[in-house]
Design a protein around this ligand. Structure first.
Ligand SMILES: [Zn+2]
Length: 410
């Protein structure tokens, strides 16, 4: 039973509560002067009682019956319900229980779980959540955009294949979830903010999407772009991985199995490897020159991201480019091309320390939510739920605690 409602019952005068049978508590509100809502007169008498069995209080075996009074106005002859604040008219659940149901949506639990806790149906739970979100959306502040914004896509399983999530990297809050990554959806979302608001954005962190870049260049005139380092390093890891697959194809079955199992060793940073892994790595690199070269390129590429200043970043990029040319691996030529296209944005990410790590964390939360919810049929409810979970103050506090204190140069 919702704790707030128990407190409410306790605070009633003892004379207002009685057990009318085992496990059935009946209560009335204390008598007080009632004013007629039709004419304002205070000359009223009790017209009758109504028994309302309250819902949503499950857990215990107790049933609560609210014996409500109906008054008759002596002036105008109309009847009305007594004044009360713990429950809304036409509701059978106390407000505090409805609040609890809505708040429970902030955790990674199913609607079935919430419904079961309160002994109500799933559609009831969904209806209360949707109603609360509608009210919140009407009140929501659409007058500002974050100073530091991130844009990223994630794989959804409702409607379109991909959705786009926009986050506030300073407040660690999710601002918007777009229904797909189409031009229309993005332009609609971006242009729903005024020019003035868009001018206040000073940095946008994004994955390496030329369309995201174009939209920021066109519509966020004061924003610099930071290319997300996680997406960038993935390019090098993917290239290395492709080469590993090629090399292992040519091996005998035993060696091939070893190679597959050691995939993680190749992709990890060398300086994080323990003795045993290092010797395994050495063995693998001895098998093929291509793999050995690819590994060297991957390590050089990762090193770009620990550059302390622009000059050393440029120098490292130059070295990397020379080695790519020397080794002639087409997978890394591709990495280099993309990196050249994004070299200033990648540097901005390194220099400011902004990246989509927070956004990736959000995407993982979303994935978990999808897994436990068997997929949402309704994109609107899905987006509402994601926003509610991501912006749940408890989770936010946990995330801020976990994330290292980074100072940003902007
Ligand atoms: Zn009246």
């Amino acid at each position: 039973m919702a704790i707030d409602f128990i407190m409410f019952l306790f605070e009633l005068p003892a004379s207002c509560r009685k057990f009318i049978e085992k496990g059935v508590l009946q209560f009335t509100l204390p008598r007080k002067i009632q004013y007629c809502p039709h004419c304002g007169a205070s000359h009223t008498i009790v017209h009758g009682y109504r028994m309302q069995r309250l819902r949503g209080l499950a857990v215990s075996d107790m049933t609560c019956i609210y014996k409500s009074r109906r008054y008759l106005c002596q002036e105008c002859g109309k009847t009305f319900m007594e004044e009360r604040t713990f429950i809304k008219p036409y509701q059978r659940m106390p407000n505090s229980v409805i609040d609890a149901i809505v708040q429970e949506h902030g955790a990674l639990v199913t609607e079935e779980h919430i419904a079961h806790r309160h002994g109500v149906s799933v559609p009831t739970v969904m209806r209360h959540f949707a109603r609360a979100m509608e009210t919140a959306e009407k009140k929501a502040d659409r007058s500002t955009l974050p100073r530091i914004l991130s844009m990223d896509e994630f794989r959804g399983n409702v409607g379109a294949k991909y959705q786009v999530v926009m986050n506030d990297l300073e407040k660690k809050q999710c601002c918007a979830i777009l229904k797909d990554r189409s031009k229309e959806a993005l332009y609609d979302a971006v242009l729903s903010y005024s020019q003035e608001m868009r001018e206040s954005v000073c940095l946008v962190s994004m994955d390496l999407s030329s369309f995201f870049r174009k939209i920021v260049e066109e519509h966020f005139p004061n924003a610099i772009i930071a290319a997300d380092k996680f997406h960038a390093v993935r390019l090098a890891n993917d290239a290395l991985n492709e080469i590993r697959v090629d090399v292992q194809e040519k091996l005998d079955s035993e060696q091939r199995r070893d190679f597959k199992n050691a995939k993680k060793i190749l992709l990890a940073r060398k300086n994080t490897l323990k003795e045993a892994s290092l010797s395994k790595l050495k063995g693998m690199l001895n098998v093929s020159d291509d793999l050995s070269h690819a590994y060297q390129l991957k390590e050089e590429y990762f090193a770009l991201f620990s550059s302390k200043d622009h000059a050393s970043y440029k120098r490292r990029l130059q070295d990397f480019a020379e080695h790519v040319a020397k080794f002639g691996l087409k997978e890394f030529k591709r990495v280099l091309r993309t990196t050249y296209q994004w070299q200033e944005e990648i540097w901005t990410g390194i220099q400011t320390g902004y990246n989509n790590g927070f956004t990736e964390g959000c995407n993982n939360t979303i994935k978990t939510l999808k897994r436990i919810s068997y997929g949402f049929r309704n994109i609107k409810n899905f987006r509402r739920r994601i926003l509610f979970v991501l912006n749940n103050p408890e989770r936010q506090a946990r995330r801020t605690k976990k994330s290292k204190k980074v100072s940003h140069n902007i």
